[in-house]
Structure formats: C-alpha cells, structure tokens
Ligand binder design. Structure first.
Ligand SMILES: [Zn+2]
Ligand SMILES: [Zn+2]
Length: 275
C-alpha cells in the first residue's frame, strides 16, 4: 500500500529498494499537488514494466477524473493492467475494504479541500503452532494440524484427544496504522489514531505560526502530538513540515512536540520504522 503519491515518489521507491510491482493499493488523501502529482509517472512506469495485476486507487471525489485523464492523454494508452479507482464521498466515515487479513477504514479530516485520513488494521493472527510438541505427541503431518490451528480438537488413531490448547499459543493481536494529513486538529484523526500501533500525523507548524495553521487548515506539531497522546497511539511520526524549518529550526519544532509526546519521531526521507 502506498499512502499519497507526491512528486518524486517513484524515484524514492527506487532509492528505497521497494518493488513497485508489489504495490496493489494507493490511498490518496486529497487533491493538493504535494499528495498526488507523482501518479502520472508511477502509473506509466508500472505499465512499461508490463505489470499485469490490477491496481486500486482510493481517493476523494475528482481522483477518478484525474486518473482517467492521465491514462488517456493525449490518446488512450495501451494499459497492461487494470486501474480501479474508488472515489470516497465527501465526509464518508467507515470501512473501505475488508479481507481475511486486514481492513481499511477512513474518516474525513478538516482541510481546505475534501480530505480523508486512513487506518489499516490487521486482524488478529493465529497463535503459533508448537511443531516440536506436536511431533512428540504423535500428531501426523496432515489436515489434523490445520484443524488444531483453526481451534478444533482432533482424535488420534489410538483414541487420544488433542485439543488446540495443547499445541497452539494465544492469538496475536493485529497491528494498526493511521495516516492523517493534511488536517487541522480534528475528531476524524483522533478516531483513526485510537490505540494505533503507529500514527503518522501532519505537523506543519510550530506554535509561533499557530495563526497560519488555522488559516491554512494545517496542524501545529503540538496539536498533532496531542492527538497521538489522547488517542493512545503507541508510536507517532510527525511529518509534512513547512519548508521554513531548516536543519536547525526543525530541532525547535521537535522540542515543542516532545513536550506533549516525548518519544515522537520526526519523519525523514527513506526512513524505515517497525511497529
Ligand atoms: Zn493540503
Ligand atoms: Zn500537503
């Protein structure tokens, strides 16, 4: 999954060593250029690479018209794969996709254009199967092991009954990730960030420019950190800094955020974060 696709995204994907072919979903938050101008280049590279499996793009109203334009200008391109664009109605809150492994949820954010934030939640994963103990107990290699993993008891040929509790550990809670940009301090972001394993929230300004944040409908880093803390997010990455913060000034911004959320992470290009 790719969240937003600003100018230069495909170049950064290459630098990061990410396999573009593996990408299957792009989620665009809103139609300000820094969040989607990278789509034309990325889409045409995927086609040049002879991609075959479909790609889904979620985004606010207007994204379908843009993608259609990109794919058909100046004439219809030969497309090696299908692009499904799913537009989200302005203000929509709820489920966008559900699979066996995860769900994607969205909430409206508050910005100058219709904007959606996203949350991906993994479903709880099956507990770990103790293969050594299974061997010791004489559980055969076969469908019996799958039954145990699914929580069913089995009866061995000699009549012994083995229950899942004997061999399968407790299920693991799934991870969750919330992505909120661009936005002022808002309820939608708090909902998306609730107990998230990782929250990425825009933090465009320091307190000094609180008036600009209000006027341009962005958040200060203090506001973003407050969302992370109130929501109980386990990790918080601040991003989308105003260009006025150079290498030096960004440290002041970081300090402001740390007053509310001491372990915050200031986003950097090509950063990798485990959660
Ligand atoms: Zn914006
Ligand atoms: Zn932006």
């Amino acid at each position: 999954m790719l969240f937003d696709c600003g100018e230069g995204t495909q170049y950064q994907l290459m630098r990061a060593g990410t396999k573009r072919g593996k990408l299957n979903t792009i989620l665009i938050t809103h139609l300000h250029g820094d969040h989607y101008y990278g789509l034309p280049g990325l889409l045409s590279s995927l086609s040049l690479n002879q991609r075959e499996h479909p790609l889904t793009i979620f985004g606010p109203r207007g994204i379908a018209r843009y993608v259609d334009f990109v794919l058909n200008f100046p004439r219809r391109h030969h497309q090696t794969f299908e692009v499904n664009v799913e537009e989200i109605d302005t203000g929509f809150s709820g489920l966008l996709r559900e699979t066996k492994e995860y769900r994607i949820l969205t909430e409206p954010l508050v910005h100058r254009l219709p904007t959606q934030g996203y949350r991906v939640e993994e479903k709880p994963r099956l507990g770990v199967f103790d293969a050594t103990k299974a061997d010791d107990l004489g559980v055969p290699f076969g469908p019996e092991r799958g039954q145990l993993l699914r929580g069913e008891s089995i009866t061995l040929a000699d009549g012994r009954v083995i229950t899942p509790d004997d061999l399968v550990g407790p299920p693991k809670a799934g991870q969750s990730f919330a992505y909120c940009t661009d936005t002022t301090l808002c309820l939608g972001a708090k909902r998306l960030a609730k107990n998230a394993g990782l929250l990425i929230h825009e933090s465009t300004y320091s307190d000094e420019f609180h008036h600009l944040a209000q006027e341009r409908m962005h958040a200060t880093i203090r506001e973003a950190a407050a969302v992370a803390r109130a929501a109980g997010a386990k990790q918080f990455i601040a991003t989308h800094f105003s260009t006025r913060y150079d290498r030096e000034k960004i440290k002041d911004l970081e300090r402001e955020g740390q007053e509310i959320y001491p372990d915050l992470i200031m986003a950097q290009d090509l950063m990798t974060v485990d959660f």
